[in-house]
Design a protein around this ligand. Structure first.
Ligand code: NA7
Length: 565
């Protein structure tokens, strides 16, 4: 194969790495890969950096992982100089933080905003990725890093006549930048996941009426948000090295010194109640870690579920509403736990009403509101807090084609497959950050993002050092990884609820449980072993043209000849 025949065409812009997305993952990728001397270009469809924190600006939007942990650890200076104001940061504060990161590390010159990547196709002749953007530009890159986020493709519900509504309608993750005034308005909210749980109390403050359409009740534990004090910040800054280390080797990427270590069943009722109460009052996801077997032992799980249901019945005055808000048909925390203070109490407000869709399903949307099988509910505003085409939606939205023109969308039509949630067989030099099959969805996302970016950087550097140009997961390693992800999930109770990471079997097709439940620390150790063993489960090779190109740039003339053969 001659180099000139397969070289990059003149109207293509050429870089080493294309990065798709400018949220936490994209920003850190730019920083890290540039530090290693790679030429990078990032794209984001949004008019700003920030990723999910740009888009999810609905009233009440806030992170449910503590700000001091949901933040970058790669720069000690950044860590020391940024001052988080609250235990859980509001969307606007996280967006400011990410904008600061982009400026502080001079990342903006490498980001093209308002630009969507339409396709990424592996060109077997050049051994490079051909990328097309929606401004009709073409790019060529040796590597692609998909920092597209696991929860970025909004999902509207499949309710008949949804487009006929004549009032204002919003999806929470495409909220307008300008303030929306709800004063005097009748607002319907469909969806009661983590987003709905934050949004509903905020809407209830100003709307004339809030009608909450609930399909499945969720377990909501209090956040106990508060302003951070100076002495607290001082403690964290002093102990950050140890805390960050512990996060990386923990189960969920969260440092939690109060995490329980003994089975819930080793305690009597009063002791358990005491421990649950203490965790409840502290607030946050830590409640789920009161005992280590809450997601593996149904008897233990029931004790937590009973405790939360008792708190719901205590908080909600109307017994019928309280019962409708109590989850009863799936194990505690088998769906992602919601963390927010005051959610249940909101239903005591005279302007808030729950419509239990299990007893009163929605028939259709009408120009004036929503019709259930019992009544017509007039609304001025309809808000869809209905979540995302989670974990795979953003990737499937791009026409990604690997070797032999293989389409990722088609490959994943029955659910995603990957090796380590990082790479897919048949798609050389393509990396997914927080991909399906990694622990990202069940973790403090920033910890798993930093880990993935560090892995990608290490891999690219190793390839360069070894004189290789390509890395590709083997089909066998991928099959084994997917089997392992499934087998681990089967050991937990998490497969017993329908959630955005667990889709029960449908029409003779297997159940799809997407994330690796083994934990962030186990996953990290596994990845380290794989790399130190010489990239077990991956093929590393030098592609003729690419190798020649690399050698020409970096090595001696004789190396060029060898690589070009
Ligand atoms: P989620 O957690 O996927 O929640 C979506 C909600 O929307 C959930 O309550 C769904 O009920 C509900 N939904 C979806 N479709 C319908 C229809 N057709 N009718 C009624 N209700 C419906 O998304 P979130 O945005 O709240 O949170 C996603 C993640 O973002 C969260 O876990 C954090 O990691 C941040 P269902 O439970 O499916 O019955």
């Amino acid at each position: 194969m001659s180099a000139s025949k397969s070289s990059v065409s003149m109207d293509q812009h050429e870089v080493d790495v294309i990065i798709v997305g400018a949220g936490f993952g994209g920003l850190y990728s730019i920083y890290k890969l540039r530090e290693l001397g790679f030429r990078v270009q990032a794209f984001d469809a949004a008019p700003s950096v920030g990723g999910t924190w740009f888009w999810n600006r609905y009233p009440g939007a806030r992170c449910d992982v503590e700000s001091l942990q949901y933040s970058f650890s790669f720069s000690e200076q950044l860590q020391a100089e940024w001052r988080w104001t609250e235990r859980y940061a509001a969307q606007s504060e996280i967006l400011r933080y990410l904008e600061h990161v982009a400026d502080r590390f001079d990342l903006r010159p490498y980001i093209q905003l308002n630009t969507r990547v339409k396709s990424a196709c592996f060109n077997e002749a050049t051994g490079r990725w051909d990328i097309q953007t929606d401004d009709d530009k073409r790019w060529s890159a040796a590597f692609c890093v998909m920092a597209t986020g696991p929860l970025s493709q909004p999902q509207l519900p499949d309710i008949p006549a949804i487009a006929t509504f004549e009032g204002r309608a919003f999806h929470t993750s495409r909220w307008p930048e300008e303030q929306v005034d709800f004063t005097g308005q009748r607002v319907g909210v469909i969806g009661t996941g983590s987003t709905g749980v934050q949004l509903i109390p905020a809407l209830a403050e100003s709307a004339k009426e809030v009608v909450v359409f609930q399909r499945t009740p969720n377990f909501v534990v209090p956040a106990v948000n508060r302003a951070l004090k100076d002495n607290e910040l001082e403690f964290w800054r002093k102990h950050y090295p140890q805390i960050r280390h512990d996060e990386r080797f923990s189960r969920t990427g969260v440092w939690d010194p109060l995490r329980g270590t003994r089975s819930a069943m080793e305690f009597n009722d009063a002791e358990r109640e005491y421990l649950y109460r203490a965790a409840w009052d502290r607030g946050g996801f830590g409640f789920q870690a009161t005992f280590p077997d809450l997601l593996t032992n149904m008897e233990a799980n029931k004790t937590a579920a009973d405790f939360v249901r008792a708190r719901i019945r205590e908080a909600v005055k109307d017994p019928e509403t309280a019962e409708a808000l109590c989850p009863k048909d799936y194990p505690f925390a088998a769906k992602r736990l919601c963390v927010y203070s005051g959610y249940y109490e909101t239903f005591n407000k005279p302007n808030v009403r729950l419509v239990d869709l299990r007893r009163e399903p929605i028939k259709r949307v009408t120009p004036q509101g929503v019709t259930t099988d019992k009544s017509d509910i007039p609304l001025d505003v309809l808000v869809f807090a209905t979540g995302f085409d989670a974990l795979t939606g953003a990737l499937k939205n791009i026409d990604i084609r690997g070797r032999k023109d293989k389409s990722l969308r088609t490959l994943w039509s029955d659910g995603p497959v990957s090796y380590l949630g990082l790479c897919v067989a048949g798609f050389p030099n393509l990396f997914m950050l927080s991909g399906p099959g990694s622990p990202a969805a069940l973790s403090n996302a920033v910890v798993t993002i930093e880990h993935h970016v560090d892995l990608v950087a290490r891999c690219l550097n190793d390839l360069r050092t070894k004189g290789m140009t390509h890395i590709e997961a083997t089909g066998e390693a991928q099959r084994e990884w997917c089997d392992e992800v499934r087998a681990l999930a089967d050991q937990t109770l998490m497969t017993q609820a329908k959630s955005w990471y667990n889709r029960p079997p449908q029409e003779g097709k297997p159940r799809i449980f997407v994330p690796f439940v083994g934990g962030v620390g186990v996953y990290r150790e596994r990845c380290d072993d794989i790399i130190t063993s010489g990239y077990e489960g991956f093929d590393l090779y030098a592609h003729g043209v690419e190798a020649m190109r690399a050698a020409a740039q970096t090595a001696t003339p004789s190396a060029c000849i060898i690589a070009g053969e």
